[in-house]
Design a protein around this ligand. Sequence first.
Ligand code: AMP
Length: 281
Amino acid sequence: MIIARTKEELNRYLKLVRTAKKTIGFVPTMGALHKGHLSLIKCSNAENNFTLVSIFVNPAQFNNPDDLNKYPRNETVDLDLLTSESCDIVFIPEVDEMYPEEDKRIFDFNGIDEVMEGKFRKGHFNGVAQIVSKLFEIVRPNKAYFGRKDFQQVAIINYLNKNYLPELGIDIVSCNIIREDDGLAMSSRNQLLSVSERQSAALISQTLKKYARNFSEYSVEELRNKITDEINLDKNLEVEYIDIVDDENLQTVSEIISGKTTICAAVYDGTVRLIDNIAIS
Ligand code: AMP
């Protein structure tokens, strides 16, 4: 596996890959890799000749400096995992390499950035768009892989790709959520949970699943309140939001239509903020 730390190094390798007419699959990550990330790499390997993974903890998408400082980092373990997953190149730039000067671009997402994560993490999606657009322009992949764990992020990336970067011709592929045995969505932030918080965390997906199954017994408002109250009963958990949204425009629905509606959650487990979602089918 090739390790590139600068754009110049990366470009040198990518030139050879393009000359050989190989298709490039790209998996952007913030490291502290787990089976969720590895599933995206597996998808990319299955659909492309060549897989490139980036590891970059992007300061521009953190609205909370404490969250950025605490974010788990473990390059040695990540490199081992990437090698065993047959990643071809990993790009690990420093902050100055990606932001040699301040990025002042402001993206307009036609409102899909104003709900849920966008409402509670001001500027988060603008920061995501800044880094992903830079990476897309450097890597110019055929396909890029994102997890539905970050449901709203997938919508933002699709919008960015279609409206801001159409000339790159990238296909965005969204992949299933990978979960622990008890249902907890895998996340780098799970490493930050204490033993008791880790036990509580399972309740988030279990509650979402239970109400997604029984959705027809309740109104949207009742469903939202039931899920919130049930999660908040646990001493470690505090719901930041539960939203039940239309898969297309991400706005709160007045009526649930199976196959077109998703329940999304952000929950504090102690001081660790976890997100999850479940599609109503
Ligand atoms: P992150 O390193 O958290 O920025 O995540 C990098 C990519 O992995 C994003 O596209 C995430 O949506 C995806 N991802 C993270 N956790 C999971 C998971 N449990 N299942 C599937 N994809 C995931």
